[in-house]
Write a protein that binds this ligand. Sequence first.
Ligand code: NAD
Ligand code: ZN
Ligand code: ZN
Length: 354
Amino acid sequence: MTQTLDNNVTGDPSVATMRAAVVTEFGAPLDITDVELPVPGYGEALVKLETSGICHTDLHAAHGDWPVKPAPPFVPGHEGYGTVVALGEGVQDLAVGDKVGNAWLWSACGSCEFCRTGWETLCESQRNGGYSVDGSFGTYMVVNAAYAARIPEGANPLEVAPILCAGVTVYKGLKVTDTRPGQWVAISGIGGLGHIAVQYARAMGLRVVAVDIDDAKLALAEQLGAEVTVNAKTQEAIAEVQKATGGVHGVLVTAVHPQAFGQAIGLTRRGGTIVFNGLPPGDFPAPIFDIVLKGLTIRGSIVGTRQDMAEALDFYTRGLIHPTVTSAALDDVNEVFERMERGQIDGRVVIDYR
Ligand code: NAD
Ligand code: ZN
Ligand code: ZN
């Protein structure tokens, strides 16, 4: 089966290969090279990629930033979109030709307390795309048929890729701010996640404050419908947000600097909820007095369930979300990572394999 795929670059019919960007050592440039084409196992499908978003999480993964580390060599990428080209055994509900995506939640156990209660994102036996399972920085990838995102017909391959992580993550994150239409939400960090968060927030009827440290990001947020923009580097962010809104009802922190996490407490109105999506390594100071007296809720939120994914994709399909995307080649991954580290990417960079 695999030998007939069209990008067997070795010319040796006994070994099918593909092109991939591989992390061989934390902090080193990715090795863009030929690797063996994976064979889908039981319940899995092989997908020929068309596009893949590049998420800041991929950069954290390549740097080994977090306490639980992936094991090099591995292929990052969890915003991959493509076509099913082969099925492993036991796959009932996917067919060759179907359009699917991988995701951070590559699979979960399906039977633990969290899986049983609608919290599969907290499953302790989950596997993660581009982290504990090879991901979408390659011309092919394997997905778990039960957990792969089903991509609606008519999706734009470049635009839909960022929905698979950035989109579902901020959609779920906004839901758990417990804000209602007409209330204020601050999005802190207007990068890949944040600029999409502005759009989901608007589609949910929320009023948006955008906070970043870069004026170009804030200009994009304003264009996408943020009513208030604040540069946390050059302005007194807390005073400005309090003056403009009286304190926001909810905050979604997608920023990649710990400073934004402590600052969120000051942006919030009494009784408000702060949700952390961003995952920079480190800690932040949390003033106990303010949290108690203001009756604040602070919670983390990690990606979304398969149902959240279907809902996030539905917003996209209905034309409510248009990620700002720039296309790149797989060979550009290291250069994109460098720009990402310097905060120089507007919206999302998406690898185009077509
Ligand atoms: P990105 O690099 O595209 O954007 C980060 C943004 O943060 C940039 O616009 C940058 O200017 C801004 N920023 C930096 N310092 C700031 C500060 N002090 N205040 C306000 N803004 C600041 O990154 P991304 O792909 O959007 O990812 C953001 C973070 O979210 C990463 O840590 C990533 O790992 C994490 N993430 C978490 C989940 C989850 O499920 N919780 C999912 C995806 C990504
Ligand atoms: Zn991601
Ligand atoms: Zn589970």
